[in-house]
Each structure stands twice: as C-alpha cells, then as structure tokens.
Design a protein around this ligand. Sequence first.
Ligand code: SF4
Length: 359
Amino acid sequence: MSTVTDLILAWYDKSARILPWRTNPQAYQVWVSEIMLQQTRVDTVLPYYQSFITRFPSITALAQADESEVLQAWEGLGYYQRARKLHQTARLLVADFDGKLPSTAEQLRKLPGVGPYTAAAIASIAFGRAEAAVDGNIARIYSRLTAFDEPIDSTSGKKALQVLASKALSHERPGDHNQALMDLGATLCLPPKPLCPSCPVQTECLAYAQGIQGDLPRSLPKTVIPHYLVSAAVIQSPDGKVFIAQRPRNGLLGGLWEFPGGKLEPTDADMSTCLRREIMEELNVRVEVELPFGIYKHAYTHYRISLHAFLCRLSAGEQIAMQDDRLWVNLEELSFYPMGKVDRLIAKNLQTPSSDKLR
Ligand code: SF4
C-alpha cells in the first residue's frame, strides 16, 4: 500500500479542500468539527462551525455556556445529543483535564460522544498520532482499492478494513493521510459513481482494473425504516400565546422545546382523537381541536414521521399545571427556544404574517 499512500498524499498536497478547521488545526477546533461532521456533510457543517467557534471560541467558553445556548447554536444541524455531549465534555475537561483535550485515541475514546473514528481523527490531525480513522467513506475507498468482497458494515468486514487502513497509514503524516482519504471519498471516490479518470490512485485500484467499482462496497441488506403518523397541538391561549413543552434531557431531541402531541395508536379513530388522547396523557387537560395547521414530514435515523399539526384551545374550565419544562409564550418569543426541525417549521409558520388562522 505504500505506493497508494504516497500517491494519495501527493494528491492531497495539491488538491486538499480548504476548510476552516484545517488552517490552524488546534485540538478544540478539530474536535468541534469532527463532532459536527458525524453523519453530516461538510457543506452543511461549514456555516454552523463558523458561528459556533465565534460564539464559543475555547473549551472554557463552551463549558461556561448554558446548555440552551449551545442547543440554540446547534439548531438545524440535527442529532442534538452531539451538542449536549460536546457541552458536557467541555465541562468535564475544565474540571478534570485542565481545560485541554487528551492527546491519545485511547483517552479520547473515553469522552462522551467520541467513538473510534472520531478519536482517531482528532488524535491524528490535532496531535500527529498514527491512528487510522475509518468511517463509511474511507471503508468504501479501501474496499474498492482492494476489491474487498465482504460487506463493509459487517463485524468482520469492519475489522479487516481497520487492519488494512492501519497498515497503509503514513506514520510520518497520519493526520494528512486521514484527511486525504476523507477528501478522496467526498470528491472522487463517490458512493454511486466514482470519478475514476480523475483519481490519483486509479493505477493501483483493483476494483477499477476489474471494472467493478460501481458494485462496491458490498453492504448488509438494509432494514426497512418504519413510518409513523404523529399529531401535535398548537394550543392557543385567549391572550394570543401558544403552549410549548421541553423534552426530557435524555433521548431523541432531548432538552429541545416542542408543541405537545404524539404517535397515532391503532385504537385512535383519527388524528384529532390521537391528539386529544396524547394531550390528556401528557398534560392532563382536554383540548378542542379546531383547525389543521399543516402536515410536516421528517426522517430521523431509524424512522420517518408525518406530523399533523392542529390549532387547538383548552376546553372550557381546563388549565395546564405549569412547571419548569412548560411555557406559554408569545409568537415572537418562539425564536428564543431551541427546537427540532419540525417544531421550528411550525413555529416559523405561526410567525409568518399570512398565518391568519391564529385569532
Ligand atoms: Fe475509487 Fe475509482 Fe479511485 Fe478506485 S479508481 S479508488 S474506485 S475513484
């Protein structure tokens, strides 16, 4: 593999993508960028990275921030657990590590939200450690280079590719080597149609030589992603406020604010019955479901939803028992509370002047 390594590094020296976390690779910047890049494309990450680093320029600044400020800076990037773990870790680093990230992959792996790939990426890029970072993109490159016949997401396939990548890794420039592979996977060795004529390692690629690059990598059969019907209530008060609740800290969209509601059950006759039942279970009040307020579709990692929103009012004589994670807010105040994509869309639609359904 040394020829491949040399060719990839020579190509990287000429063609590396210019990215803000690369210009001066400090450990904090590399860490934030790698956490943001988990399951997210570079183009999506760039604007978030810039504003996040400006808002929280150091581990200490991040540790001193409120969780809701961090979630707000992350809003729209998805997978909010990453933001909460980043924040928790910053506090842990200030308390126990003198405000610094540890430098070995082994120590980094012990931090919340840091798996083997992220640990290897940070250790190699920020600290020059010889650790091969292998994610789906890099596994795809190695599977094509070696015409690897096993599913790359099987346990044995992952192990074999990690061994291969570790053997091929440049010990002189491990960070550059990992980043060169990241660039190759993002720009040329693309999943559906690799751009082989422009590839720096085409002469060494077994899949290309055999004309099977489009058939690789092999993967385990996909599981079907379930689809759920969900309802949500925009409960309006007589003085023009709407009700929002904060999701429990642990779990999907933890700590974000939402319009209450839930999943359609087989016993629900329709979406409004579902909504009335959910609101009774969640808030112990009866609501009048007045008008539909849009259907919002969204895909999470393991399932998809179609969320039916409705404008509602509390039934006569009902009152919601208020606590810290429940609020009545004016429409303009909705922007101050971090929300997931679907709830933010509902909030924006409520704030749109043409939203004349609100009375
Ligand atoms: Fe990927 Fe094609 Fe390069 Fe092989 S030659 S590594 S398939 S881009």
